[in-house]
Design a protein around this ligand. Structure first.
Ligand code: SF4
Ligand code: SF4
Ligand code: FES
Length: 505
């Protein structure tokens, strides 16, 4: 490992890497070592065009760009000398010559690198008197993204993203010199399953998503850690929250899962937190209290067990491992046999999107749930999480107890309906397609009465008179027991998992 010295401190860095990449790999960039940059991105090819990352390298007469200078043993680098600061001021002055400075009406304001670096590295006054170059404002590039050409600093991150990640290449920089402009190729639209990532990587307000634009000023938002629940990849996310409402999802970096990207479908799924929610307990067609519905579910199970009637349990690939563990214990307590599992499927691609359209099919399988897709057969009681099976699958079932987060035709068929907390409203774990166990934390509070599935099941178990159930649900405690009882979960407790998750055997 080569040793380099940056601003007087020695570091061992990976061999053969460029300076910025090597520092980023060690987690030092923008934490301990501040080298401003626009065009460089850790997951894209090097462009070397913005010249913002210039540093002094001992023994080299001219400043070097850190994004395209390989590290070598003994290198001595200085990032904050007068020469470096003068160069950065010069770059900022050029970038701002034609910039419209419409920050008050720009959606990027508050999270804009041009604003941030202008404050830290720029001049206090503009020295130009010429009018700023006009270009297109607020133009759709496709169904998801708007372009403000005047604000573009031509870093080409978005161009490289489209060429290198979805490999669709819809956009480019056209013309030369100070006539250069970002545009879509003639006859094309920016339209691919990952298109909205360009808004995340655009360092300024040139590219914004049509969905989030003008909804809220970003300084009111708090980014809270979560994961996507729309397919088995389990991409890492931030939910941007204000006033108990999620306004958008953003990708959260996890090199073992989604690098720094997410698909548009997953990104837009923040809407499922509020849309079409199952928000009232029911007994048949009538609204009921939560307690009455629990009592009725418990009685149904007790009668079925006492009369030797068949009880069938159906788990959900959307439920947390902790909820599924309680369901399995309840089914064991009723001698009901292993629970069934239905996994929704759809199209996959080679990048992130997986065939299984649920976040925790792998966890449910590890917990002993058996895959099925057909009718559940005649039964006295079916205890069901989620609505992966259609109403017809329960034709021979006398009492259907449904615990679910969203409305579906199954609600009309069910005899007892209990609304549950969605994953965004509780804590738990999912296991993704590659057997990485990942935690999710509550990002909002529910706006109606509902409980986590594990809590509902505990209360039903008590109402059914089963031994060994306390009626209270602590996901951290359940996770500990899960780690003790199921080998695959050993050493992967909710309380010790970090924000990157952990692979399990
Ligand atoms: S639109 Fe944004 S990401 Fe694309 S080149 Fe311009 S500044 Fe860079
Ligand atoms: S690839 Fe899957 S997990 Fe990732 S954002 Fe898309 S739907 Fe969500
Ligand atoms: S980040 Fe190095 S030149 Fe742009």
């Amino acid at each position: 490992m080569p040793k380099i010295t940056v601003d007087g401190t020695e570091y061992e860095v990976p061999e053969g890497k460029m300076m910025l990449q090597a520092l980023d790999d060690l987690g030092l960039l923008l934490t301990e070592i501040d080298i401003p940059h626009y065009c460089w991105h850790p997951k894209l090819s090097i462009d070397g065009s913005c010249r913002m990352c210039q540093v002094e390298v001992e023994g080299t007469p001219k400043l070097q760009i850190a994004c395209n200078t390989p590290v070598r043993d003994g290198m001595v680098i200085r990032t904050n000398t007068e020469q470096v600061r003068t160069a950065q001021r010069g770059v900022m002055e050029l970038l701002l010559i034609n910039h419209p400075l419409d920050c008050p009406i720009c959606d990027q304001a508050g999270e804009c690198k041009l604003q941030d670096f202008a404050v830290r590295y720029g001049l206090e006054h503009a020295r130009t008197r010429d009018p700023r170059r006009p270009a297109k404002k607020g133009t759709p590039l496709g169904p998801t993204i708007m372009l403000d050409q005047e604000r573009c600093i031509l870093c080409r991150r978005c161009v490289r993203f489209c060429r290198e990640i979805p490999k669709t290449g819809e956009i480019g920089v056209f013309a030369r010199g100070d006539h250069s402009l970002l545009e879509v190729f003639s006859g094309m639209e920016l339209d691919n399953p990952y298109s909205m990532n360009v808004a995340d990587i655009c360092p300024v307000g040139a590219l914004t998503t049509r969905d989030f634009r003008f909804k809220i000023r970003v300084w009111f938002l708090e980014d809270r850690e979560t994961v996507c629940n729309q397919c088995a990849n389990g991409c890492n996310l931030y939910a941007s929250v204000a006033y108990n409402k999620v306004y958008r999802y953003l990708p959260r970096r996890n090199d073992g899962v989604n690098e720094t990207w997410i698909c548009d479908y997953g990104r837009m799924s923040y809407r499922t937190i509020r849309e079409n929610r199952l928000d009232e307990p029911r007994l048949g067609r009538s609204t009921a209290t939560y307690s009455a519905a629990i009592r009725r579910a418990g009685e149904g199970l007790r009668q079925a067990r006492d009369s030797g009637g068949r009880i069938v349990g159906v788990g959900s690939a959307f439920a947390a491992n902790e909820d599924l563990f309680v369901l399995r214990q309840l089914l064991d307590g009723l001698s009901a046999g292993p629970g069934l599992l239905v996994v929704p499927t759809g199209k996959a691609d080679e990048l992130l999107i997986k065939e299984e359209k649920a976040p925790n099919a792998a966890g449910a399988r590890l917990l002993g749930f058996e895959e099925s897709s057909g009718p559940v057969g005649p039964a006295a009681v079916a205890l069901v999480l989620g609505h992966a099976l259609p109403a017809e699958a329960f034709e021979g079932v006398e009492t259907l107890i449904l615990i679910d987060t969203h409305r579906s035709p199954l609600v009309e068929r069910a005899d007892v309906v209990l609304p549950a907390r969605y994953f965004a409203e509780k804590v738990g774990t999912f296991v993704n397609h590659a057997r990485r166990i990942q935690r999710f934390l509550p990002v909002v509070e529910p706006v109606f009465e509902c409980e986590p599935e594990g809590q509902v099941l505990q209360r039903i178990a008590v109402a059914a008179g089963l031994d060994g159930f306390s009626g209270t649900y602590d996901p951290f405690e359940i996770s500990k027991r899960l780690a003790e009882e199921a080998t695959a979960f050993a050493g992967a407790e909710l309380g010790t998992l970090d924000d990157q998750g952990q692979e399990i055997p």
